[in-house]
Ligand binder design. Structure first.
Ligand code: ZN
Length: 208
């Protein structure tokens, strides 16, 4: 059974108060900040800031020695290659997420990520099983993103029923209402936008 290989008594216990829920939130924050950031254009510095910021935070539970200065990898790559890389990775993830959104939130890569050891099972502060993403030395950027989504998914699977990719702006959101309407919250004020309020709306798509 791929999802429960290690003995519970030998498994690491998180001692900083982290719970399944807080782990899921950290992973989701990191994953979604990559998806929305790359959508508006990322260079080498943006990627470095993400790796040392939200990504480092989400993977901080990985055992020391496994952690790498992921930024140094990025430093050897030319700018235009970085832009192509992050754009390609975002596109790959978006395709999987759109598929999951049509299949009640089931992530097609989750089992493979578990099998390859890119997420690890731990015991959280409440004594419950939880999953952490691994920051491995030779992991590809795509696998780092997949490990974040997989850890989020395994820690909070029920929330993936609300997973949705906005038809208009490609934002990845967890929002049942957005799923019903086919657009994310940034294109509406309270579900239905009255005609008189349109001038106050931030969205200027219609005028453009
Ligand atoms: Zn949208």
């Amino acid at each position: 059974m791929a999802f429960g290989t290690s003995d519970r008594r030998t498994r690491r216990v998180l001692e900083d108060g982290s719970t399944r829920q807080s782990l899921a939130e950290d992973c989701r924050d990191a994953a979604l900040s990559f998806m929305s950031g790359v959508a508006v254009g990322w260079d080498k510095l943006d990627l470095a800031l993400w790796l040392t910021g939200p990504y480092a935070r989400a993977t901080r539970h990985a055992v020391h020695g496994e952690r790498v200065a992921a930024v140094s990898e990025a430093e050897n790559i030319p700018d235009e290659t970085i832009e192509a890389l992050v754009t390609r990775v975002r596109g790959q993830l978006l395709a999987s997420i759109e598929k999951a959104a049509l299949e009640f939130g089931a992530l097609d890569f989750a089992a493979e990520v578990v099998e390859r050891g890119f997420v690890r099972k731990v015991v959280d502060a409440d004594g419950r099983d939880a999953w952490i993403p691994v920051d491995g030395a030779r992991m590809r950027l795509r696998d780092r993103l997949r490990s974040l989504f997989t850890a989020d998914y395994l820690n909070a699977p029920y929330t993936y029923a609300e997973l949705f990719v906005c038809h208009r702006c490609e934002a990845v959101v967890f929002d049942d209402r957005a799923k019903q309407l086919g657009i994310c919250g940034s294109h509406r004020i309270s579900g239905v936008v009255p005609r008189d309020d349109r001038a106050h709306d931030d969205e200027t798509d219609d005028e453009a």
